[in-house]
Ligand binder design. Structure first.
Ligand code: AP5
Length: 220
């Protein structure tokens, strides 16, 4: 299929994971894609890859990300629309971290409408603000496997402990900025999806296994 055109309207499970920073979107996406067999499209991961590769997009995004600000809509929208037009998204996709502004939600809706496609579900993982900072500052990830750890709840095993890294935006200060952006920019998309009858609220507090079961029940 040519880049820029969306897949034919044949199959399903086009879904979005929404939630505050540290809600567990990445942790749950890694589990869910194994069940649903659809690609996990994380705009945060895509942008971090661009920063690491030193591309023009990465240089543009880096300053916004480090300080916990959002990367401009025009940059992110083009990146996602291009990504979901690729062949591996024919049978669906799981968006993680997109949309996170009202213009992004509207751009996605327009692109899907034009391709005569629709979303199946939007899962909102809910975690109270006071639990977020601990999750963020104690997160570590394995650059080789992408595995996500937490220093207390899910400590990196001895064989990977020397190579785990901390994200540049996982400081207490950037976390507060991200949370503030979540409330001002991203939370307003929740009513948009609620009005469309797509929203499923899931409690994100508890063991990751339990959260996974709640999400699967909500999607069933
Ligand atoms: P992004 O990478 O999307 O970050 P985020 O939304 O802030 O989410 P996180 O990755 O921090 O958290 P998560 O919900 O995935 O939690 P995780 O599973 O890792 O975006 C980063 C930046 O990129 C943005 O700030 C922005 O600058 C830019 N950006 C990205 N998309 C953009 C867009 N669409 N528009 C504009 N800018 C964009 O878990 C967190 C921790 O909690 C881990 O340590 C984990 O082990 C632990 N944990 C997970 N589940 C549980 C549980 N149930 N109990 C206890 N601990 C848990």
């Amino acid at each position: 299929m040519p880049r820029g055109s969306l897949p034919a309207p044949d199959k399903h499970m086009r879904m979005i994971l929404v939630g505050p920073p540290g809600a567990g979107k990445g942790t749950q996406a890694a589990r869910l894609v194994k069940t649903y067999g659809i690609p996990h499209i994380s705009t945060g991961d895509m942008l971090r890859a661009a920063v690491k590769a030193g591309t023009q997009l990465g240089r543009q995004a880096d300053e916004f990300m480090k300080s916990g600000q959002l990367v401009p809509d025009a940059v992110v929208i083009g990146m996602v629309i291009e990504r979901i037009s690729q062949d591996d998204c024919q049978e669906g996709f799981m968006l993680d971290g997109f949309p996170r502004t009202r213009p992004q939600a509207e751009a996605l809706a327009t692109a899907l409408d034009e391709a005569q496609l629709s979303l199946d579900s939007v899962v909102l993982i809910e975690v109270a603000d006071e639990l977020i900072e601990d999750r963020i500052v104690k997160r570590r990830s394995d650059p080789e496997t992408g595995e996500i750890y937490h220093l207390d709840h899910r400590p990196p095993p001895p064989e990977v402990i020397d190579r785990v890294v901390q994200r540049k935006d996982d400081t207490a200060e950037a976390c507060r900025a991200r949370l503030s952006k979540y409330h001002s920019e991203t939370a307003p998309i929740v009513p948009f999806y609620e009005a469309a009858g797509l929203l499923k609220r899931v409690d994100g507090v508890g063991a990751p296994d339990d959260v996974e079961l709640r999400i699967k029940a909500a999607l069933a």
